[in-house]
Design a protein around this ligand. Structure first.
Ligand SMILES: Nc1nc2c(c(=O)[nH]1)N[C@H]1C(S)=C(S)[C@@H](COP(=O)(O)OP(=O)(O)OC[C@H]3O[C@@H](n4cnc5c(=O)[nH]c(N)nc54)[C@H](O)[C@@H]3O)O[C@H]1N2
Ligand SMILES: Nc1nc2c(c(=O)[nH]1)N[C@H]1C(S)=C(S)[C@@H](COP(=O)(O)OP(=O)(O)OC[C@H]3O[C@@H](n4cnc5c(=O)[nH]c(N)nc54)[C@H](O)[C@@H]3O)O[C@H]1N2
Ligand code: SF4
Ligand SMILES: [Mo]
Length: 583
């Protein structure tokens, strides 16, 4: 028996039935502070009973209550919000069938990685990049907008002994532990990528994997060095040095998710992804490999037979609630008050009775505490599921090792459907048959998976023969200002693990201010603790992306930028223009 950790994490560690991380590649017998505490955590801070308006209720009555709300609300005013709290196919994807069948609003799953997926796909046909085994072949690596030393510990382990270069907006942990780092202004990476390619062209290229090298040459040469220097804040000398490092060493490029969340971040990812191709490296980058396995996520979500009323960008859910476009949120696998932009609008609407929040979660989190209805869910240690990774190519058949608490996502979905009087093949299809069908293109069958528990994907989807140079973006200069950016916390995955490691305080690392005060943006104001750090340059404010609540318990996301990027609709959370006000 094995168990894969299903949290939103590059590594997707696989454990044996004693819950020890596998010694095999790429897990290498170690895990993170959360993986080490999972068995202990599983008994703490759990939702143990359904709650309706704060009162313990039977499952039957809570399902009746939920069904009544669904019946009484126009379907285009109900939205389901689910993200990657558990990456299992049956936990995250399959239960969306009920909502797609009802024709409610759906989110666009854009909060994290969709921007870069679309940007890379435009050139490569697929965002599928280097596999763990391929990481080992390089003698150097560029971490571009990636805090791998914290967010991706097994990838970091494989790359630790290489020559390491980091591009960031502050001296991150990854930058500190690298051989070289380059700091740019937030949102200016597209310009840096152009500078790097200018240098590579100047050195002379002979790659034949780009379909139109001449157009790329003309494009990068249409930008002047003055322009590139002034936008990035980096001297030409350093940009050329980075170009030379690329040219001489042909490194692997780790393209971090943070880039998709900055100013026109898709443009930056698009151009960065072309650098390895210009050097003749076929899949010389890694972003997220989730699209490389060919898993049919749409089938799991029932989109072959149903359709949402409308797809709402995740960045705009707060705003849509404020405008009255959304009256009911049904959330699982997600902590919307913590993680969605402008979630203070959601809090206000619940308090004023304009919105009903229904939460299905194993743990008592900030959204659960505020919600009108709560249903307990089992954790990944308590249910069967099929799990994939967005880095390595193993599929895993997870089996329970702890006594289940609560009702799983599929059973809850079917109970609600029954109460609503809905019978439909989408609800009734055996979920294991659906999984077997959804993984057909991986070359792995469910039968094989059940038998062997961990199986390598057999076919890969790596796109075009030639890398397409077009479309090339017309880069926009990021407006001058001071910007708030976020990154991963070593002891938390997003909002999770406050039961074991206390919720992080709202500390804003910056160059110049110390003490309590306010951080203000066009969207609102939060009360925070400023801390001076030599690792953060002027014009940058840095917070962890965990424990996103201010000193008054107001969501930090009250103030983040909800502007939507152009490729995958990811909000510009990392490009929030702020002002610091000391008390
Ligand atoms: N321990 C831990 N691991 C995690 C997570 C966690 O919460 N905790 N979360 C998981 C999830 S959901 C995700 S999305 C990934 C995220 O992990 P990564 O892909 O590593 O991305 P981030 O941590 O968002 O940010 C990485 C770096 O980008 C920098 N940055 C911000 N804006 C810019 C910019 O404009 N240009 C450049 N060049 N750099 C910029 C930040 O300073 C930061 O150091 O990690 C996953 N892994
Ligand atoms: N300000 C700011 N906001 C951000 C970010 C940022 O950098 N800055 N990052 C964004 C990013 S990259 C991401 S990915 C999102 C993440 O935002 P969320 O999706 O809110 O992330 P998690 O904290 O992982 O929340 C997952 C929830 O799923 C629950 N869960 C876990 N397992 C199960 C299960 O089996 N069943 C059910 N029903 N629930 C389960 C957990 O208990 C937890 O409450 O946040 C985004 N928000
Ligand atoms: S959170 Fe990431 S590193 Fe930690 S156990 Fe899970 S997959 Fe492994
Ligand atoms: Mo994420």
């Amino acid at each position: 028996m094995v168990i894969a950790c299903t949290r939103d994490c590059y590594d997707t560690c696989i454990f044996d039935d004693n819950y020890k991380p596998l010694k095999s590649f790429p897990f290498l017998g170690f895990t993170c502070s959360r993986g080490n505490a999972d068995l202990r955590r599983n008994k703490i801070n759990r939702v143990l009973s359904p709650l309706v308006e704060g009162k313990e209720t039977s499952l039957e009555d809570s399902v009746k209550y939920i069904s009544k709300i669904i019946k009484e609300t126009p379907k285009d005013k109900i939205i389901h919000v689910e993200y990657d709290g558990n990456q299992g196919l049956l936990t995250w994807y399959y239960p969306a069938r009920l909502w797609n069948l009802l024709g409610t609003l759906s989110i666009d799953y854009s909060i994290c990685a969709s921007e870069g997926h679309e940007a890379i796909k435009a050139h490569y046909g697929s965002s599928f990049g280097a596999l763990p085994e391929e990481f080992e072949k390089y003698d150097s690596v560029v971490f571009w907008g990636s805090e791998s030393a914290v967010s991706f510990i097994h990838g970091w382990k494989l790359l630790q002994s290489k020559y390491k270069i980091t591009v960031d907006v502050r001296i991150s942990e990854t930058a500190r532990r690298s051989d070289k780092y380059y700091l740019v202004r937030p949102g200016s990476d597209g310009f840096l990528a152009v500078g790097v390619m200018k240098r590579i062209f100047a050195r002379g290229v002979s790659a034949d994997i780009l379909d139109d090298e001449a157009t790329l040459r003309e494009y990068v040469n249409s930008y002047t060095w003055d322009e590139i220097e002034s936008v990035t804040g980096l001297n030409r000398k350093y940009i050329e040095e980075l170009g030379d490092l690329y040219y001489d060493r042909r490194p692997l490029t780790i393209i971090g998710f943070a880039l998709g969340r900055t100013y026109y971040g898709g443009d930056a990812v698009s151009l960065i992804s072309l650098i390895p191709a210009l050097l003749g490296l076929r899949r010389g980058f890694f972003y997220s490999n989730s699209q490389g396995w060919g898993i049919d996520f749409s089938y799991l979500r029932g989109l072959h037979l149903s359709k949402p009323a409308r797809i709402a960008p995740m960045g705009k859910v707060g705003e849509e609630v404020e405008k009255g476009n959304i009256k009911v949120i049904f959330a699982w696998n997600s902590n919307p008050i913590h993680s969605l932009p402008n979630s203070d609008r959601i809090v206000e609407a619940i308090k004023e009775g304009r919105l009903t929040l229904i939460m299905h979660d194993p743990f008592i989190n900030e959204s659960v505490k505020l919600s009108n209805v709560v249903i307990p869910s089992p954790t990944f240690l308590e249910k069967r599921d099929v799990v994939y990774s967005y880095w390595h190519d193993y599929l895993v058949y997870n089996e329970p090792i702890c006594e289940p608490k609560g009702v799983d996502e599929i059973r809850l979905m079917r109970l609600i459907a029954k109460q609503l009087g809905i019978s439909h093949p989408l609800i009734e299809e055996d979920e294991w048959k659906a999984v077997d069908y959804a993984i057909r293109r991986t070359g792995v069958s469910l039968e094989e998976l059940v038998k062997n528990k961990v199986v390598k994907v057999k076919r890969y989807y790596d796109g075009f023969q030639k890398v397409k140079v077009n479309p090339l973006p017309r880069l926009k200069e990021p407006p001058v200002g001071e910007y708030l950016v976020f990154s991963s916390h070593p002891n938390h995955t997003n909002s999770q693990f406050n039961e074991i490691y206390d919720r992080p305080k709202p500390i804003v690392y910056n160059c110049c201010y110390e003490g309590e005060g306010y951080l203000e943006s066009d969207f609102g104001k939060i009360r925070v603790i400023f801390k001076i750090s030599e690792r953060v340059p002027k014009g940058v404010y840095y917070m962890y992306k965990s424990g996103l609540f201010d000193l008054d318990d107001k969501p930090v996301n009250s103030i983040v930028n909800n502007a939507i990027n152009e490729y995958g609709g990811t909000p510009q959370i990392n490009f929030t223009k702020v002002r610091a006000i000391l008390k």
